[in-house]
Design a protein around this ligand. Structure first.
Ligand SMILES: Nc1nc2c(c(=O)[nH]1)N[C@H]1C(S)=C(S)[C@@H](COP(=O)(O)O)O[C@H]1N2
Ligand SMILES: [Mo]
Length: 168
């Protein structure tokens, strides 16, 4: 092995280590629909994580059919699991404040997302959620699958028009 080859290998190793450890999220290219701040390790804009639709789409998609307290019958929601989203930014806190476009805010314990398949929904019945209609993102709990979720304490946490999470 030539000195040059050896040197290239060393650089290659250093480079792949820094990629593995550097651990920042790619920057958003399109409109940002969700920002996460606070106790997170992976960021892409200052000390926050900003997601456009493409960055969110790196997470596995999930579907949830459930009734809600604000619609009739059963709706089909699609989106991402809140626990996958929080794992993606390496959230470390106890709870998250969820803030909406209409200035609504509520504190949600992070344990909810481990105990239940809580969805960050971006579509309902196949239609993309828009800000006129509870979008662009709506936190949706699997209320039909768990009796204890059919409670006002959880109804508060179904934040529609979600735009920001502050992990604490
Ligand atoms: N963005 C946003 N999400 C929200 C609210 C709100 O005012 N704004 N109200 C919460 C409350 S108090 C409940 S009970 C449920 C249903 O609220 P609604 O009946 O006012 O639609 O949504 C929750 N999510
Ligand atoms: Mo409410």
């Amino acid at each position: 092995m030539t000195a040059m080859t050896r040197l290239s290998i060393v650089f290659l190793l250093l480079f792949s280590c820094s990629v593995a450890l550097g651990d920042s999220l790619p920057p958003p290219q399109g409109p940002v629909i969700l920002s996460i701040s606070g106790e997170i390790k992976r960021t892409n804009v200052g000390d926050e994580a900003h997601f456009d639709r493409t960055l969110l789409a790196e997470l596995p998609r999930h579907r949830l059919d459930t009734s809600t307290v604000v619609t009739d019958g059963i709706n089909r929601f699609e989106g991402y699991l809140m626990r996958d989203l929080l794992a993606q930014v390496e959230a470390r806190g106890e709870s998250t404040v969820a803030l909406a476009l209409n200035d609504y805010r509520v504190d949600i314990p992070l344990t909810d997302f481990h105990d239940y398949d809580v969805l960050l929904a971006d579509t309902m019945d196949g239609e993309t959620l828009t800000p006129r209609d509870k979008g662009p993102l709506w936190i949706v709990y699997p209320r039909d699958e768990h009796r204890e979720l059919q409670d006002i304490r959880y109804d508060y946490r179904w934040v529609w028009q979600l735009e920001r999470l502050e992990v604490r």
